[in-house]
Write a protein that binds this ligand. Structure first.
Ligand SMILES: CCCCCCCC/C=C\C/C=C/C(=O)SCCNC(=O)CCNC(=O)[C@H](O)C(C)(C)COP(=O)(O)OP(=O)(O)OC[C@H]1O[C@@H](n2cnc3c(N)ncnc32)[C@H](O)[C@@H]1OP(=O)(O)O
Ligand SMILES: Cc1cc2nc3c(=O)[nH]c(=O)nc-3n(C[C@H](O)[C@H](O)[C@H](O)COP(=O)(O)OP(=O)(O)OC[C@H]3O[C@@H](n4cnc5c(N)ncnc54)[C@H](O)[C@@H]3O)c2cc1C
Length: 670
C-alpha cells in the first residue's frame, strides 16, 4: 500500500517565513509561478513524459526515446495551442535533451541575430513551424575556442552567384553541433569567407545538409554522430555530430548578411554594425546558461537538503514520543550545514543574477534595434564571466550534493549522477570557462587603462571609478555582528577585486610585449576576473533585497542567504582577501563566527527554502529528494526495477559463474 505520510511535515512546520511568497520571488512573479506550476503539473501527470528508465537504456534506445519525446512535445504544444511562454515551461519540465534544444536555443537565435530582415522572413517561418530542423555548426575537430582559427571555407563563385562550402582538412570537420548527427536538415555553418581571392574572416551561412524528402545527406555532405559521451543518460540522448563538406554549393543569399554582405559582383561590403554581432547567438545562450546553473544547483540542493533531514546517523540525546532514543538527523551536523547551506545560498544568488542578466540582455537587444552598440562589450563580459562563474560553482555544487547524500547519492535513482553528467559540460560548451574569464579580464584591463584618459566606468564596472577610495579603504568590522552590514560586505568585495585588477594592470606594464605579458599573467588575470564577477553576484543579490519583498520573514531569510553567500566566499577566497589587505586575519575569523550563527538561522527553514523552488517529484527525478521524504521504501522499490533483477539467476551463470565455482570445488578436492 502506498505510504501517504509526509515524513518532512515536522520540518515544514518549523519554517519562519511565508513559503508561498518565497515561491513567487523564486519564480520571478506571481504570473510566472502560476504558469510554471500549471505546466509542471501537466507534464508530471502525462505518461508520455515519463522518464523512469533513462539510465538503463542503450544509446540507441535512449536516442529513440528522446526523439519520441521531442515529437510528443511538439504534438502537445500544437494540440494545446500553448503560448511561447507556456511552451518554454513545457520544454523545461520535460527535461530531456534532444535536437530541439539546439534548434530553438541556437539555430533560431543565430538567424534572428545575424540574418537580414528579408532572410528572416524567408527562414524563420520554416524554423518556427519545424518544417526545417536546424543546428549551430561552429566548432571543428581542430578548433573550438579559437573561432578566428576555423578552417571551413566559404568561397564566392561570381559565375554561378554561389558560395562553395568546403572542409579542406580533417581538422576542419565540424564536430560537436547538437542535433547534427542524425536529425538536423539545416545548419548555420561558420566559415572563413573568401571572395575575389581575399579572406574576410568568419561568417555564418545557412546550409541544407539533409534531404527534406528521404533525410539522406545532400551530395558532397558527410555527416554522422560523434559517439558516446560522459555518464549514463545525460547528453547521450543528443546526437552531437560531425560534418564535412566537399565543395557544397549554396546560393549567395544564404550568407547571413545583417553585419556584412557580398554583392552580386563579389564585393565584400561592411555595415556600421560591429562584427561581433555575428557572435550574438553565443551571448544569448550564455545568458540563458546562468539561469540553467541556478536550476541545476537548486535541484541538487533540494535533493540533498530533503535527504539530509530524513537521514539519521549516530546517537542523539533526543528521544522520540515513545521514549526511544533516536539518531541525529545528518542536517544537524555543523559540517553538513557548512557544506550544504552555502550551496542553497548560491542557488538563490545565481537565480537573482540570472534574472538581472536577462534584463541586461533584453536591454541590449532594444538598444541594438536603435543602432546603439555601446553596451555590447559590457554585456559580452557579463555573459561570459557569469556563465563561467555560475557553471563552475554549480557543477562543483552538484558533486558536493552527491557526497552530502553519502552512498545513496551515487545511485542513479538519487537523480544526482545524471544531473551532474548533464550539467558538467556547461563548463565547456558555449565557451570554455577559463577562456571566457580571460575575455572578462581583457575587458577589465581595457576599462582600467581608460581611467587615465578620464573615461568614467559605468554599469557593473562603475566601482572601478572609485579606485582611489577602494585602494585605501579599510574594513571596519570589529565584532562578528558587524559583518551583518551589506555595505561593509560589498566594499570588501570591491576592494579585493580592484586591488587584484590594479596589481594585474601594473604587472602588465612590466612587459615590453603586451601579448606576452597577458599570457604570463593569465592565471592572475583569471583570479581577478572571478573577483569582479563575484562583485556582480553579490551586488545583484543586494539590489534584489532592496526591492519590495512581501511576506512574513521572506526578506529576513533572503538577507540571511545573501550574508551566507558572501561570507562563505570570503572564507573560500581568504588568500585573496588577506593578501590584498581587504580584511584582516581577525576579521576573517569574525566572518567564520558569523557564518555559524547564520547557519543556525537557516536550519529550521531549510526544507521550506527548497520547497520554494516548487519542483515536482517528476522534475526532480530523485527518490532521495521526493517531497514526502519517504526515502527508504522508494529506494528499495527502485532497486528491484533494475533489469539485473528481472531474473533470479543471472544470464551468463552457466557459462561464466558455474565453471568458476566448479573449478574452485575441484581445486579444493585436490
Ligand atoms: C541542464 C542544462 C540543460 C541545457 C541544455 C543545453 C543544450 C544545448 C547544449 C549545448 C549547446 C552548445 C553550443 C556551443 O557550444 S556553440 C559553440 C560555442 N563556442 C564558443 O563559445 C567559442 C568560444 N570562443 C569565443 O567566443 C571567441 O572566439 C573568443 C571570444 C574566445 C575569441 O577570442 P579572440 O580571438 O581573442 O577575440 P576576437 O578577435 O574574436 O574578438 C575581438 C573583440 O570582440 C570581442 N568579443 C568577442 N566575442 C564577443 C561576443 N560574443 N560578443 C561581443 N563581443 C565579443 C572581444 O572582447 C574583443 O573586443 P575588444 O577587446 O574590444 O577588441
Ligand atoms: C556537450 C557539448 C555540446 C556542444 N554543442 C555544440 C554545438 O551545438 N555547436 C558547436 O559549434 N559547438 C558545440 N560544442 C563545442 C564547444 O563549444 C567547445 O567544445 C568549446 O567551445 C570549447 O572549445 P574546445 O573544445 O576547442 O576546447 P579547447 O579550446 O581545445 O580547450 C582545451 C583546454 O585548453 C585551454 N585553452 C584553450 N585556449 C586557451 C587560451 N587562449 N588560454 C588559456 N587556456 C586555453 C582551455 O581552458 C581548456 O583547458 C559542444 C561541446 C560540448 C561538450
Amino acid at each position: 500500500m502506498e505510504d501517504t505520510v509526509d515524513h518532512l511535515a515536522h520540518e515544514r512546520s518549523k519554517a519562519q517565513f511565508n513559503v508561498e511568497e518565497m515561491k513567487i520571488i523564486w519564480a520571478g512573479s506571481l504570473h510566472a509561478l502560476q504558469v510554471s506550476d500549471r505546466i509542471a503539473k501537466l507534464v508530471a501527470s502525462d505518461p508520455g513524459f515519463g522518464k523512469e528508465n533513462r539510465a538503463v537504456l542503450s544509446r540507441k534506445d535512449l536516442f529513440k526515446s528522446a526523439l519520441k519525446k521531442a515529437a510528443y512535445v511538439w504534438k502537445r504544444i500544437n494540440e494545446l495551442g500553448l503560448s511561447e511562454e507556456e511552451t518554454s515551461w513545457l520544454r523545461f519540465y520535460v527535461d530531456e535533451l534532444a535536437y530541439d534544444y539546439v534548434h530553438w536555443g541556437m539555430f533560431v537565435p543565430a538567424i534572428k541575430g545575424s540574418a537580414t530582415e528579408e532572410q528572416q522572413n524567408k527562414w524563420l517561418p520554416l524554423a518556427n513551424t519545424m518544417q526545417i530542423i536546424g543546428t549551430y555548426a561552429q566548432t571543428e575537430l581542430g578548433h573550438g575556442s579559437n573561432v578566428r582559427g576555423l578552417e571551413t571555407t566559404a568561397t564566392f563563385d561570381p559565375v554561378t552567384d554561389e558560395f562553395i562550402i568546403h572542409s579542406p582538412t580533417l581538422t576542419s570537420s565540424k564536430w560537436w553541433p547538437g542535433g547534427l548527427g542524425k536529425v538536423a536538415t539545416h545548419a548555420v555553418v561558420y566559415a572563413q569567407l573568401i571572395t575575389d581571392g581575399k579572406e574576410y574572416g568568419v561568417n555564418g551561412f545557412l546550409v541544407q545538409i539533409r534531404s527534406l524528402d528521404d533525410h539522406f545527406p545532400l551530395p558532397g555532405i558527410t555527416v554522422g554522430d560523434i559517439g558516446m559521451k560522459f555518464g549514463s543518460g545525460a547528453f547521450n540522448s543528443m546526437d552531437n555530430g560531425v560534418l564535412r563538406f566537399d565543395r557544397v554549393r549554396i546560393p549567395r543569399n544564404q550568407m547571413l548578411m545583417r553585419v556584412s554582405k557580398v554583392t552580386r559582383e563579389g564585393k565584400y561590403v561592411e555595415s556600421n554594425i560591429p562584427k561581433q554581432i555575428i557572435y550574438g547567438a553565443m551571448v544569448y545562450v550564455r545568458q540563458t546558461i546562468v539561469a540553467d546553473a541556478s536550476i541545476a544547483l537548486s535541484r541538487a540542493v533540494c535533493i540533498a537538503t530533503r535527504y539530509s533531514a530524513v537521514r539519521r546517523q549516530f546517537g542523539s540525546p533526543q528521544n522520540d514520543q515513545n521514549g526511544n532514543g533516536i539518531e541525529t538527523q545528518v542536517i544537524d551536523y555543523k559540517t553538513q550545514q557548512s557544506r550544504l547551506f552555502p550551496l542553497l545560498a548560491s542557488a538563490y544568488a545565481f537565480r537573482f543574477v540570472g534574472e538581472w542578466l536577462k534584463w541586461l540582455y533584453t536591454d541590449l537587444i532594444q538598444k541594438l534595434e536603435g543602432n546603439d552598440f555601446s553596451t555590447l562589450p559590457e554585456v559580452h563580459a557579463c555573459t561570459a564571466g557569469l556563465k563561467s562563474l555560475t557553471t563552475s560553482a554549480a557543477a562543483d555544487g552538484i558533486e558536493e550534493s552527491r557526497k552530502l547524500c553519502g552512498g545513496h547519492g551515487y545511485l542513479s535513482s538519487s537523480g544526482l549522477p545524471e544531473l551532474y553528467a548533464t550539467f558538467v559540460p556547461a563548463c565547456t560548451y558555449e565557451g570554455d570557462n577559463v577562456v571566457l574569464l580571460l575575455q572578462v579580464s581583457r575587458f577589465l584591463m581595457k576599462t582600467i587603462s581608460q581611467l587615465q584618459s578620464g573615461k568614467k566606468p559605468t554599469g557593473t564596472t562603475a566601482y572601478i571609478g572609485h579606485v582611489e577610495h577602494l585602494i585605501q579603504c579599510g574594513c571596519n568590522v570589529k565584532k562578528a555582528e558587524d559583518w551583518l552590514n551589506l555595505c561593509v560586505i560589498l566594499e570588501a568585495f570591491e576592494a579585493r577585486a580592484i586591488r587584484l585588477l590594479v596589481a594585474c594592470a601594473e604587472n602588465l606594464t612590466k612587459f615590453a610585449n603586451p601579448l606576452q605579458g597577458f599570457s604570463e599573467l593569465s592565471p592572475d588575470l583569471v583570479e581577478a576576473a572571478v573577483a569582479h564577477c563575484q562583485v556582480i553576484v553579490v551586488s545583484k543579490f543586494i539590489e534584489k533585497l532592496q526591492q519590495n519583498i512581501q511576506g512574513i520573514g521572506v526578506k529576513q531569510l533572503l538577507e540571511t542567504l545573501c550574508y551566507i553567500y558572501s561570507l562563505n566566499l570570503i572564507h573560500k577566497h581568504l588568500g585573496d582577501f588577506l593578501s590584498t589587505r581587504s580584511i584582516t586575519p581577525k576579521q576573517a575569523s569574525l566572518a567564520s563566527d558569523q557564518l555559524r550563527s547564520l547557519y543556525a538561522k537557516v536550519r529550521p527553514n531549510a526544507i521550506a527554502l527548497v520547497d520554494a523552488f516548487n519542483y515536482t517529484d517528476h522534475f526532480l527525478g530523485s527518490v532521495l529528494g521526493s517531497y514526502d521524504g519517504n526515502v527508504y521504501p522508494k529506494l528499495y522499490e527502485e532497486a528491484w526495477k533494475d533489469p539485473l533483477n528481472e531474473s533470479v539467476v543471472p544470464d551468463g551463470y552457466h557459462e561464466n559463474i558455474r565453471p568458476v565455482l566448479k573449478q574452485q570445488l575441484q581445486n579444493a578436492r585436490l
